[in-house]
Design a protein around this ligand. Sequence first.
Ligand SMILES: [Zn+2]
Length: 144
Amino acid sequence: MTHAASDPAAAPTGDPYRGRKPLPLAWLGYAYATAVGLAWGSILSTGRIERRDGLWIFRGMPNWAFGRGGSCVGACYLTDTNISEAVIRHERVHRSQWRHYGLLMPLLYFRAGRDPLRNRFEIEAGLEDGGYLRRVPDAESEGV
Ligand SMILES: [Zn+2]
């Protein structure tokens, strides 16, 4: 485990699962999803592959191979060019979700709904970091 507390900018979306006990066998589902992501990424990625803070990032994926701006599968993040610091922070939370829920993750995510503004996994990962809400400094809270 690493300590990221020294970076205040990362504080609001730090790992919400730190210290929480994962579901039984979640590690197995997480390992399986990660293996699938690694295979999928290795085969289809045409860009750089790198590992950042435990997250495997595959760039240059064809658009049909991931959802929206990119997809997190286990410890792998599959995307074309969507790799800003904020997005990576967001995807790291998805990775923690995978690690916590294992193979229940896609099921629970699907059940949480397609609207990212109401999907609790997207909300937890940070809507602004994920690019779902515009970062407006003086915006009033709009009831989310
Ligand atoms: Zn997301």
